[in-house]
Ligand binder design. Structure first.
Ligand code: PAF
Length: 281
């Protein structure tokens, strides 16, 4: 496995794979778990060479404490990737290799996708995500790039980014990987105590109930059900729950025929923010 911390050496390692070979790319912020490994596995199957980037991107954090506390463990990540596949290329750059001495985000217009849900609660987040991915796509020039549906809004925005920037990369969405308990896998789960992990199962359980009740209940009934479920729980604080149109990500008030809907949720367990989502129809 090659591990590169600057773009020149990464580019040199990619030279043999340019032109006739397919390059797959899995961007991550490290603290790898089974969800990431599923993306890597798919990328390995569908490409000749796979680059995994490990970079905690400062411009997508709107909360400095969250950035500071974001789990980082490069050695464990590399060991995990190594145990999975021997010929993965890891790009783990320093901040200066990406941003030079100007750590700033581009202001993007993702046609409104960026103002929904996460966008309302994490100001500037998607500008940071767009900025880092635009930089990484332009360095790596992958044929395919893999993203988990856990960050479903991010996935839709990345598709839009690629259109706006006219980048020749296919964006591949991969279903959420869950713990046996139903909890969506996330690097942030590392920061939960065992008790908090058990409590957090309520998030996926509630989404499953919403899915089961979707055809027989109105959206406002389902919104009320979720609000009341979390009001009864003193360990988890609901930040938002929304049923939204899967394509536009606009909040749904009523169901329309032939439209696809998804439930989206963000919950705090103490100071740790967890998100999840589920297709409803
Ligand atoms: O989903 C993530 O981990 C990050 O937002 C990403 C795509 C690696 C960009 O920093």
């Amino acid at each position: 496995m090659g591990i590169y911390t600057n773009r020149e050496s990464l580019l040199a390692s990619l030279l043999p794979w340019r032109n006739s070979k397919k390059i797959g790319f899995v961007p991550t912020m490290g603290a790898l778990h089974q969800g990431h490994l599923t993306l890597v596995d798919k990328a390995v199957k569908e490409n000749d060479c796979v680059v995994v980037s490990i970079f905690v991107n400062p411009t997508q954090f709107n909360n400095s404490e969250d950035l500071e506390k974001y789990p980082r463990n490069l050695d464990a990540d590399v060991a995990l990737l190594n145990s999975l596949h021997k010929n993965i290329i890891v790009y783990a750059p320093e901040i200066s290799d990406i941003y030079g001495d100007k750590i700033t985000a581009t202001a993007y217009d993702f046609l409104g996708l960026e103002h929904e849900m996460e966008g309302k609660h994490r100001e500037g987040h998607f500008n940071g995500v767009g900025t880092i991915l635009n930089i990484l796509f332009r360095i790596i020039k992958p044929d395919n790039a893999y993203f988990g549906e856990k960050d479903f809004q991010q996935l839709q925005i990345v598709k839009k980014l690629v259109e706006i920037e006219n980048l020749p990369v296919s964006i591949v969405g991969v279903p959420i990987v869950r713990e046996e308990s139903g909890l969506a896998m996330s690097s942030r789960n590392n920061r939960l105590t065992e008790k908090q992990q058990k409590e957090a199962v309520l998030i996926s359980k509630t989404l499953k109930e919403v899915k089961e009740q979707f055809s027989s209940h109105t959206i406002s009934e389902l919104n009320r059900f979720v609000k009341e479920t979390f009001e009864k729980n003193d360990q988890l604080a609901l930040e938002y729950f929304e049923i939204a149109n899967e394509k536009t990500l606009k909040t749904a008030v009523e169901k329309s025929k032939n439209e696809k809907y998804r439930a989206f949720i963000a919950v705090f367990s103490g100071e740790i923010r967890l998100i999840d989502n589920m297709a409803l129809n």
